[in-house]
Ligand binder design. Sequence first.
Ligand SMILES: *[C@@H]1O[C@H](CO)[C@@H](O)[C@H](O)[C@H]1NC(C)=O
Ligand SMILES: *[C@@H]1O[C@H](CO)[C@@H](O)[C@H](O)[C@H]1NC(C)=O
Ligand SMILES: *[C@@H]1O[C@H](CO)[C@@H](O)[C@H](O)[C@H]1NC(C)=O
Ligand SMILES: *[C@@H]1O[C@H](CO)[C@@H](O)[C@H](O)[C@H]1NC(C)=O
Ligand SMILES: *[C@@H]1O[C@H](CO)[C@@H](O)[C@H](O)[C@H]1NC(C)=O
Ligand SMILES: *[C@@H]1O[C@H](CO)[C@@H](O)[C@H](O)[C@H]1NC(C)=O
Ligand SMILES: *[C@@H]1O[C@H](CO)[C@@H](O)[C@H](O)[C@H]1NC(C)=O
Length: 351
Amino acid sequence: MFPSLALAVLASALSASAQVTSPYPGGQTVDSCESLKGSCNATTIDVNNVWNYPACALFAICSTWNYNVIDSLASIGAPHTQPVVPESTFKNITNGADVLTQQGYVDAYHYELSITPGAKNASGDADLVGQYQWLAAWTGFCGQDGIPYQNFADFFQYDGTPGVCPSTQSCNATIAASAQQCVPQPITDNGSCAEVVSECENFIQNGLFQSTYCVLASMCYAESTTDVLINDIYPSYIQGSSRPTTANETRLSIDVFHNFTGGADTMGLQNAIDAYYGALTNVWEPEGPFGAGAGVQTGQNGPYPTSTDYIENFWSIIAAWTGNCDTLEIPYDNLADYLSYAVYSGYHPKC
Ligand SMILES: *[C@@H]1O[C@H](CO)[C@@H](O)[C@H](O)[C@H]1NC(C)=O
Ligand SMILES: *[C@@H]1O[C@H](CO)[C@@H](O)[C@H](O)[C@H]1NC(C)=O
Ligand SMILES: *[C@@H]1O[C@H](CO)[C@@H](O)[C@H](O)[C@H]1NC(C)=O
Ligand SMILES: *[C@@H]1O[C@H](CO)[C@@H](O)[C@H](O)[C@H]1NC(C)=O
Ligand SMILES: *[C@@H]1O[C@H](CO)[C@@H](O)[C@H](O)[C@H]1NC(C)=O
Ligand SMILES: *[C@@H]1O[C@H](CO)[C@@H](O)[C@H](O)[C@H]1NC(C)=O
Ligand SMILES: *[C@@H]1O[C@H](CO)[C@@H](O)[C@H](O)[C@H]1NC(C)=O
């Protein structure tokens, strides 16, 4: 279900907007990065094996101020699916070492420019260090040890893939703490959770756990947290104590629960599937200012998940937390506890 990452933190953003914090180099560094891009000219390289060329791999890294890897491939007219970065390219960049260190990256960058005809030099090493730190954050190697081959390769394979999150948003803890959090999603999500979240915007003024849409949004954020969900829904102008956290939210409405179960005392996987698909049928679109609750049903459907595995994934996370892995049937009190407390529990079991 997930791509098999050698990363501590797995998969997906709701959208490609959840980029890690980029180093934003300016001036000559951008020019030198353009020089590397020139080396990846589609007329002179094999566009189906872009990562065979160290210059192209370095271009994908230095251009992260502007592009994710998928976009950088598009910018040189190469297909977005490429074979895994060969170890030979990695070893070329590290000059034979087993890990890519910050100094190794800086050296490789200068070396590649030196063998690129007509290349512009980088202005200085500070921006290159920023680029390396960005890669280190993505792969989860912020320390001084350097980035191993497998993690380096993961970056090229998954950066920009919806649902794949970096290990951390920045090696700078201050920046990481204030960055918009990436929301991991299995690939089967297909944008469905973002749609349910958007529908929830019509109803959140009544409380996160008082509407079927917002409760379903809370469920499909199971790989993330309900606090991240609230932050994603609330507009930036509502700050401080005006912005609720999960702790402010009234316990799950019994009516919403019975809506899901058709009146039964427990909610099962099939109830969750029916409710989730139901919420994606004749979807609501927010209208008017935030909190106005003036949405309209559009008559549009979807996007649905590409498989009910998607619902099974988040439902089994909830079942595990509530101790119901055997039946996947969850009583009201357990589900209400999960919604209110999972975010603060530090407990993330899987079935
Ligand atoms: C690629 O190389 C061809 C032939 O040398 C040249 O005409 C073209 O301008 C180059 N494209 C880029 C983007 O550098
Ligand atoms: C790395 O590849 C470049 C060509 O891009 C080549 O000139 C250089 O010799 C290689 N270096 C190593 C250490 O393999
Ligand atoms: C490019 O920059 C590097 C490091 O700043 C420096 O060592 C090198 O001499 C410069 N090359 C040119 C051609 O200016
Ligand atoms: C981390 O980022 C903050 C905010 O941009 C900055 O003030 C601070 O100097 C940075 N810390 C380090 C160690 O670079
Ligand atoms: C959330 O709860 C805190 C602590 O009780 C309170 O200070 C804050 O005003 C509440 N915020 C909202 C939006 O209800
Ligand atoms: C359940 O909620 C949906 C969406 O709000 C609504 O259309 C439906 O009528 C409700 N069903 C019951 C049995 O309350
Ligand atoms: C997945 O999303 C795409 C794009 O939104 C949509 O066209 C497609 O129908 C969705 N798949 C399913 C099974 O709904």
